[in-house]
Design a protein around this ligand. Sequence first.
Ligand SMILES: NC(=O)c1ccc[n+]([C@@H]2O[C@H](COP(=O)([O-])OP(=O)(O)OC[C@H]3O[C@@H](n4cnc5c(N)ncnc54)[C@H](OP(=O)(O)O)[C@@H]3O)[C@@H](O)[C@H]2O)c1
Length: 264
Amino acid sequence: MSTPDITLASGHAIPQLGLGTWMLRGQQCKDVVKEALELGYTHLDSAWMYENQDAIGQVLKEIGADRDSLFITSKIWHSHLEYEATLEQMEEILRDLQTEYVDLLLIHHPGHQGVPVERTLAAFEKIHAAGQAKSIGISNFSIEQTDRARAATGLPICTNQVEYHLRHNRERLRHHCHAHNVVLTAHRPLAQGDLAQDEALKQVAAEHGKTPAQVALKWLLQKDMIVIPKASSTAHLRDNLDLFDWQIGDEEMARLDGVGADPD
Ligand SMILES: NC(=O)c1ccc[n+]([C@@H]2O[C@H](COP(=O)([O-])OP(=O)(O)OC[C@H]3O[C@@H](n4cnc5c(N)ncnc54)[C@H](OP(=O)(O)O)[C@@H]3O)[C@@H](O)[C@H]2O)c1
């Protein structure tokens, strides 16, 4: 079954499921990305800081991937938020990925070293105008930081990629971002594999004949979020694709909502 898309404020479509690639490096990264694409993944989440973009670029070239059928996200690290440094890091990202553009470029973390977001976003505007990033966004931004980023550029801030999972249910942030057409992407959606023993998840999973991890991801999808679980085993890669022809009921969603409500 193919992954549904969400249309971003830029007008471009993003597959609602992507493969997280943090901690995948070298040959393992190449093997996992190749297998994921064979299984039907079309969306890869990467970052300059993951030190794997050269491996991703190499494997995409080796297998002759059709670039336009893929959605690739990258992120500018907080050491490079000044205007010129952002442009330099972008060149490195494109060189390593062996591509002319990324589909989505994010500020990986807000304002380290006191660089105002306006300066980084000015570089993002140049990158966007050059066709090197089709859409732009932010990551790990609070409500206030999101609003400042939105006000700082004429380009739409399409996504905010934040830690979001059953034990970190950030409804206020989600409602605020979605009200302003900033789609939330849930990073660490499985709490790094930590949710498997959660009793509420286990119950709902048993009711649907699914695994707790699948229910944890489905709960996020039904909140109209993008999910980017990292998986390296074939079984996990397959399980995480099997999310789109079943539904969690309203009462079950409410039960799961209660597990980790967060004032944020
Ligand atoms: N923007 C940011 O600051 C930021 C921060 C953190 C992460 N991220 C992004 O978000 C992605 C995901 O986060 P994450 O890698 O930290 O953690 P995660 O996706 O929450 O968890 C990954 C762990 O879950 C396991 N897993 C995957 N699918 C499973 C399944 N169906 N059943 C049981 N276990 C399963 C994986 O095992 P196996 O590997 O053994 O399959 C791995 O140990 C990252 O890879 C990265 O792309 C972004």
